[in-house]
Design a protein around this ligand. Structure first.
Ligand code: TXA
Ligand code: MG
Length: 550
């Protein structure tokens, strides 16, 4: 046992103390903007060795070296390609780790026998101050016992490392909550080794197309040569046995409730879900953000995994996060926490297909080959919706004359219902439940007919709340002028009227921020080709149908 000093990031003298411990060869856990790191002098092999001992970390898993100025980068690397400088310009200081050819100064303990070194310039002010106080670059893996979830709060570090390290510095909760993105530039085409806070799209916007290691999406894990050794170990595991349920929110809550109510030791089963799910769930819940706030998911996932353990959960069913943007990092960590247990309990995917008006949803649906397609617009206009009870409610809301003799005057109804927001809401309240059950009936028909992937073409996917019934969301986009012309042509209205209609809708970014997949609906694009990655992923996911976790 080592006596572990507790330091505070707010105290100048504690920063100095941390620097002194580190330059004397000791270990200090420090906050960074991603997760807490367990730091040692990166230029001294014997100090670095202590990290492996304290964490119980395999020696061949190399460490990231943290720097606080660009001169330290040139000291550590034998070769720095122009793309590395371009990325540093945009993302440093910040949560991007670059793997580069190492210089002689880097001790072999850092790089696990590789000829490269991983370098990161953290943006966290405390981390920077400690590096400067130590006067040397700092090696720092996440400050957890190897295999456990990464620490994003001071208390997590204390739980794992008290008595094993010289000091722990309290810097509050980490800003991002998920580790840095690891990208190797020590090859002609840079390759993403670990998804993180900086997304693939953001990197590609700076240096063009990059390769992605098979381990990133969970495939190819623990097989073949491993580009990033860290990815092959069991990682991020809470004691709780986690299984990811790959289904729509409604299917998830229904499935979890069923298993909970049937369970023998029901009280030990938890849901690891989004905040909006808790109202539907019977069992104890630990949340990790909300469905469309992927930053918040990243920020809270590790704390949620810790909470499962603290609350004594034996088993947990986890909501499937989106894999888009920073979601790739969230999914990657959760997949490892779940020991790769993913189950699609119903053997199908309902995919919501939506986007701004005029984007080209229908042509994309038509390109989806063997998928089932349900057209919500057509259903909403079908006579079946407007039964006697519905007509009566509409007359009560908008006047008898909207349906003289029980026959709907659609034009008058539209005029009155769309006259203001309150009237529109009233219409939705009357028609949406009816449309919803008609859509669900049509989905059932498609599934019974042997379709496993059903696209639900729903212009008002979010307004109607139907996104809760969709496991994935496919968004179709097109430029503003293209959409304008299409709306004018389709509905026979003036430019002014079309522009007013567009202004009343959500902007395109509202849709893309919620998308799992984005396909261009512009004229002349190869829509079938653009749908391929989605279909490949879903077909892959359908293979998990039979694997029911216990
Ligand atoms: O956000 C972060 O990166 C945090 C904070 C503390 O900076 N650190 C962190 O370190 O996550 P660690 O040790 O838990 O993960 C380092 C990852 C591992 O997957 C490791 O295999 C990979 O980086 N790595 C390190 N050096 C490498 C190298 N030379 N080549 C390939 N991968 C390397
Ligand atoms: Mg780690």
């Amino acid at each position: 046992m080592t006596e572990t000093k507790l330091l505070s990031a707010k105290q100048e003298k504690d920063i100095e103390a941390a620097g002194a411990i580190l330059s004397a060869g000791g270990l200090v856990a420090i906050p960074t903007e991603t997760v807490y790191g367990l730091a040692a002098n990166a230029l001294d092999g014997s100090s670095v060795k202590k990290i492996f001992a304290a964490k119980g970390r395999p020696q061949d898993n190399p460490l990231i070296v943290h720097i606080a100025d660009m001169e330290q980068l040139t000291l550590l690397c034998a070769e720095i390609p122009a793309k590395a400088y371009a990325l540093a310009e945009v993302f440093w200081p910040g949560p991007l780790t670059m793997v580069l050819k190492k210089s002689e100064i880097v001790p072999p303990e850092i790089s696990g026998g590789l000829n490269t070194v991983a370098v990161r310039f953290p943006s966290d002010k405390t981390a920077q101050a400690v590096i400067r106080a130590a006067g040397v670059p700092l090696a720092a893996p996440s400050a957890n016992v190897s295999g456990r979830p990464s620490p994003t709060e001071f208390i997590h570090v204390q739980q794992d490392l008290s008595g094993r390290v010289d000091a722990i510095m309290d810097g509050g909760a980490c800003e991002a909550g998920v580790e840095s993105t690891v990208l190797t530039l020590a090859r002609p085409v840079p390759k993403l080794l670990r998804p993180g806070v900086v997304t693939r799209e953001q990197i590609e916007a700076v240096i063009g197309e990059i390769a992605v290691d098979a381990g990133v999406s969970g495939k190819g894990d623990a097989q073949g040569p491993v580009a990033s050794p860290g990815m092959k170990y069991k990682h991020y595991s809470p004691k709780t046995r986690v299984s990811i349920i790959d289904a729509s929110p409604a299917e998830f809550t229904c499935y979890a409730n069923q298993r909970y109510l049937q369970g023998q030791s029901a009280k030990d089963l938890f849901a690891l879900c989004f905040e909006e799910d808790t109202q539907y769930l019977e069992m104890p819940c630990v949340t990790y953000g909300t469905r469309y706030d992927r930053e918040k998911q990243a920020h809270t996932l590790f704390a949620a995994l810790h909470a499962l353990d603290t609350r004594g959960a034996v088993q947990a069913y986890a909501r499937m996060p989106s894999k888009a943007g920073i979601g790739a990092a969230v999914y990657n960590r959760l997949l490892r926490a779940a020991g790769h247990r993913v189950v699609n309990p119903l053997g199908h995917y309902i995919v919501g297909l939506t986007g701004a008006s005029g984007a080209g949803k229908t042509t994309v649906a038509a390109a989806a080959g063997l998928c089932g397609v349900v057209d919500c617009d057509a259903i909403s206009k079908s006579p079946g919706i407007y039964d006697t009870a519905c007509i009566t409610e509409l007359q009560q809301a908008y006047g008898k004359d909207v349906a003289p003799g029980g026959i709907l005057n659609r034009k008058l109804l539209a005029e009155r219902a769309f006259s203001n927001q309150a009237n529109k809401r009233k219409l939705n309240a009357i028609t949406h439940p009816r449309i919803l059950s008609a859509v669900n009936r049509e989905i059932e028909v498609q599934l019974k007919g042997g379709k496993h992937i059903v696209l639900v073409d729903a212009p008002t996917l979010f307004e109607s709340g139907f996104d809760r019934y969709c496991a994935r969301i496919l968004v179709v986009t097109a430029g503003e002028e293209v959409r304008l012309k299409r709306i004018m042509a389709r509905d026979g209205i003036t430019e002014q009227a079309a522009r007013a209609r567009m202004a009343a809708q959500y902007p395109q970014t509202f849709y893309t921020a919620r998308a799992d997949y984005i396909v261009s609906g512009e004229t002349g694009t190869d829509k079938a080709a653009m749908l391929e990655p989605m279909l490949a992923e879903l077909h892959d996911g359908l293979k998990n149908t039979a694997r029911i976790p216990d």
